[in-house]
Design a protein around this ligand. Structure first.
Ligand code: C2E
Ligand code: MG
Ligand code: MG
Length: 566
């Protein structure tokens, strides 16, 4: 009672104000609108949050007294912002169930628009889900608000009362879902929460209703929402509710705003669920698209296959009808050395949801042939001690073989044995390694070079095409083939150690290339990715200005001792 009296006094003393929390487009991060949130600026206690007094006023049937003040403040501010020559983004106001019972909300809001000469498109009405669920004449209020030009949003959808059926019977323009109600933060409940969220978003999309997800606090949550096809978010991850001066600062940077309003985007990202729900895909089509795939059950260090598609049988070289003991067979056929790798992939797929984990393993077919198989693993769910995963596989043996033939291409005076030795020593080095043979003409001048070996890292950095490799090597020497040949000659025949830098036009990475003699006529080439070093140097050069620059330039001949990479 005492608090209620204080609130009523505070209304008289004009102690209520509002903060604005921006709503953002998930793909651009731009601000598409904001929500006004009341705050009590108490003389002694400072800022008081609405959870302390809004429910109390609602119970006392007096919330409309506060809301009328808040809504008017929003309109007054909007007018002043426009009078200062700015374009506003739409602001939503909160409407309680009790507001709808105790006053004519559409009429009051229309009178405010008139008083402050504002177009209705700048105000959005947020009505809580409970009001939608409990009020019989809610449709009439929504209808009148929409006819007056306001956008109507259902707030806190999914918080308890709502059913998806409600969406059909209550014609709102936008849905707001609060993630926090779905307990997505609780590790154990996460999958369930995400499932609910995804169904709501899918359903809303099919009905053409835009969705704003509230309470988004982390990049991880934002990424999950993006992958579900959600377009708008509101939450601490982007902005907390801002005092109006700070909100104005944000609004004055028009590059951060998006005036296109909320909509269900026409060009949709790809949503498999919709295609399946609409039965555009048959099982056969899905299986062809997926390729070999299986469901694995991992428990207490065991791995069992519980479901496979036909493509999986083909890959594994098994007969579709011969699935006796299949569960264990498929695991046992993974090469011994690769089993820890596979277990590691399952563990990291569990950690990294929903992205999954990826890697390559050897698989021994019943006929003894060894396949290189690329596996992509996604965690599905957990039941007691069992973790269930979806695994997509592809046979990459031909690709690996192509690499080996390139890597182990025997040249005139270098036998296969030597090549295998190279692979053994340099194959898995963590930097790029290549071997170049320099051919001389009759007068003993360098004539051409031939790449005779590259290791795995070199292939990863530059590709396995000899032409690309040659191009990159030439580019490192200022696009001068002759110069490169000369340097390679210096290394291969004279024993010089030469280092150059280049930036890959394909990946944009900075590479360091060092040539040294491998044997008479052969230059070994070490390639290192220096991108991180380059970034580090730039960052440190920028932050120690001007002291760093003075120190760096204080060499004896007066030239700068830290040189930028070409
Ligand atoms: P609401 O309308 O659902 O507003 C969202 C609430 O979530 C706000 O709390 C906001 O500060 C908070 N929020 C937003 N993003 C995050 C986040 O990422 N993490 C967390 N932890 N919280 C986040 P606030 O301002 O305390 O308001 C609470 C509720 O009070 C509102 O929920 C609304 O129902 C009511 N309310 C606020 N202003 C008004 C008003 O002017 N009139 C009426 N009738 N109710 C209001
Ligand atoms: Mg709200
Ligand atoms: Mg809400």
């Amino acid at each position: 009672m005492r608090l209620l009296m204080e609130v009523i006094d505070a209304l008289d003393r004009d102690e209520f104000t509002f903060f604005a929390q921006p709503q953002c487009d998930i793909s651009t991060g731009k601000v598409v609108g904001a929500e006004s949130l009341v705050r009590w600026q108490h003389r002694e206690m400072g800022l008081i949050s609405p959870s302390r007094f809004v429910p109390l006023l609602e119970r006392a049937g007096m919330i409309h007294l506060l809301d009328q003040q808040v809504w008017e403040k929003v309109c007054r501010w909007m007018r002043s912002w426009m009078d200062r020559g700015n374009q506003p983004v739409p602001i939503s106001i909160n409407i309680s169930r009790i507001d709808i019972i105790s006053m004519d909300v559409p009429a009051f809001l229309s009178s405010l628009l008139e008083k402050y000469n504002l177009p209705a498109k700048y105000l959005k009405a947020e009505i809580t889900e409970s009001a939608c669920a409990e009020e019989d004449d809610i449709n009439d209020t929504i209808d009148r608000l929409q006819k007056a030009g306001f956008l109507v949003m259902m707030d806190d959808f999914g918080s308890g009362y709502s059913s998806l059926n409600m969406l059909k019977s209550i014609p709102v323009d936008v849905l707001k879902i609060d993630m926090r109600f779905l307990e997505i933060k609780e590790e154990s409940e996460e999958q369930k929460g995400i499932g609910i969220l995804e169904s709501i978003i899918n359903m809303a999309r099919l009905m053409g209703i835009p969705v704003i997800v509230e309470g988004v606090e982390t990049l991880r949550q934002e990424n999950i929402l993006r992958s579900m096809g959600c377009h708008y978010t509101q939450g601490f991850y982007h902005y907390k509710p801002l005092p109006i001066e700070q909100f104005e600062l944000l609004l004055s940077d028009e590059g951060r705003l998006d005036f296109n309003g909320l909509h269900c985007k026409k060009v949709e990202p790809f949503h498999v669920r919709e295609l399946i729900d609409e039965t555009l895909f048959t099982d056969a089509t899905v299986n062809s698209i997926l390729g070999p795939a299986a469901v694995y059950d991992v428990y207490e260090g065991n791995i069992e296959v519980t479901r496979v598609n036909e493509q999986y049988f083909h890959l594994a070289g098994m007969n579709v009808f011969d699935n006796e003991g299949l569960a264990m067979k498929l695991w046992e056929n993974v090469w011994d050395d690769d089993r820890p790798t596979l277990l590691g992939l399952f563990a990291s797929a569990y950690e990294r949801r929903p992205t999954g984990a990826e890697g390559a393993i050897h698989y021994v077919k019943p006929d003894g042939k060894v396949l290189w198989v690329q596996v992509r693993i996604f965690f599905l769910r957990e039941q007691e001690e069992h973790r269930i995963y979806f695994v997509a596989l592809s046979d990459i043996t031909p690709l690996r073989e192509k690499r080996r033939t390139l890597a182990l291409r025997p040249v005139a005076d270098m036998g296969t044995e030597e090549m295998e030795r190279l692979e053994q020593y340099f194959g898995s080095l963590p930097c790029g390694y290549g071997l170049v043979r320099i051919d001389l003409d009759r007068s003993g001048k360098p004539m051409s070079f031939d790449i005779v070996y590259i290791n795995q890292e070199m292939e990863r950095m530059c590709g396995s095409e000899p032409q690309t490799l040659r191009h990159l090597a030439v580019k490192a020497f200022g696009d001068d083939q002759e110069q490169l040949l000369d340097k390679a000659y210096q290394s291969a025949y004279v024993g010089a150690v030469i280092t150059h830098y280049t930036q890959s036009a394909i990946t944009g990475h900075y590479l360091q290339l060092t040539l040294y003699q491998y044997g008479h006529g052969y230059a070994a080439c070490l390639l290192q990715d220096m991108t991180n070093m380059q970034i580090y140097e730039r960052a440190s050069a920028a932050c120690c200005w001007p002291i760093g620059r003075a120190a760096a330039c204080r060499s004896e001949n007066g030239s700068c001792s830290i040189k930028p990479m070409p």
